[in-house]
Ligand binder design. Sequence first.
Ligand code: GLN
Length: 475
Amino acid sequence: MKYPSLAQTQVALRSGEATCASIVEHYLAQIEATRHLNIYVEVFTEEARQRARDLDEKFAQNPNSVGKLFGAVISIKDVICYAGHEVTAGSKMLKGFRSVFSATVVERLLAEDAIIIGRVNCDEFAMGSTNESSCYGPTRNAADPSKVPGGSSGGSAVAVQAGTCILSLGSDTGGSVRLPAAFCGVVGFKPSYGRISRHGLLAYASSFDQIGILANDVADVATLLEVVAGPDGFDATCSHEPVRSDTFLKTATAGKAKIAYFDTALHHPGMDEGVKNLTLDFIEKLRAAGHIVEPVGFDYLDYIIPAYYVLTTAEASSNLSRYDGIRFGHRTAGAKDIHEVYKKSRTEGFGTEVKRRIMLGTFVLSAGYYDAYYAKAQQVRRLIRDRTEEILQKFNFILMPASPVPAWDIGEMADDPVAMYLADIFTVQANMAGIPAIALPIGQHPCGLPVGVQFMAGKFREAELLAFSAGLAKI
Ligand code: GLN
């Protein structure tokens, strides 16, 4: 890797050791060298080169005129709109669709002089944990190309892991930034619900979705978050809670943290031995560094996944109704009447996992079943959120494994979607409660693959979470 962090990239740019043009060439060469991993669905080659030349020119004219993300080469998940560029959510349904506007995050990246190098692969409509449901085929894990990278932001995680960009934007509805980060040995951060505008993010489950950040370095996450966070007139759920104007890392309190973990999680029957041992060793390191780490009770772990899949499929069935071949999306050829247009267009355009979820979501919302499934799951969500908030009033953070298992083989879970859903057991809580969470690499599993750990913090306590995470590099 040329420069391991944005901060180091910017030092090189300012000293004249590098130019934006040379950095872009480096990443383009790396993208070519890693084609077999199937990371990018589109590379903005000439556009990135042109932008690099323009930024070098701007810097030469006045070094103080460049933005906070000067020289940051960033990839974006194929669910984030960029005006004039295709966006397809990894689906045949949207092949050929071009955004007519840019997502708020994209506008903010560009305004601070970032360079967007391409669009990366993901599970179809961000539904999945492996990247296998993409119509472009799976992205492969750079640590072992026979393994999945995790999902749904698998392309974003491998883009950073394989050194093809310095940062990547993904989306996280139930763990889609943190699970692939853990599987690929990079940092994955999901902010509080409402911290980053969702304007221009193709919706999966709107009350859970957040744009998240993948990076090598926690400080880079903080830099990027500061740029993209904050209120937005285009997203009414976007919070007015102040975003610190100086960096998240500097404003946060240092010192020793009080951390809770759940015995029910670490000793869960689905927990792999190697992941468990690494997590227990990590807890010991935290204690040795002076942090207080204590077990607390949490009775809802086994309710998280069922409630999540009822609520998110319900929201998805509604959100995806716009892809009907008339308003948006693929339109079938030669239908005889309007019903056939809808039916055939959706049958042809959507893949198996998306269809499964639309049907499940339609079922849980249907008259006669609504109370038994959807309303009940809402109540479970409230219980989970309340208990989580209660714990986070007494503790700074909750520690969780990021995943119960390391990355598995491509194809291994193809016939067993429920087994795949269970891999989200530790990441979904943060989306249920709307709180920030980060996955950090903690070591190598005996099988050679990366393992991550996760920390959650109270709502809008990103500063504390990022400062603590940055400090962990030293333990
Ligand atoms: N794996 C989870 C799902 O399929 C999470 C997806 C996501 O966060 N976008 O729903």
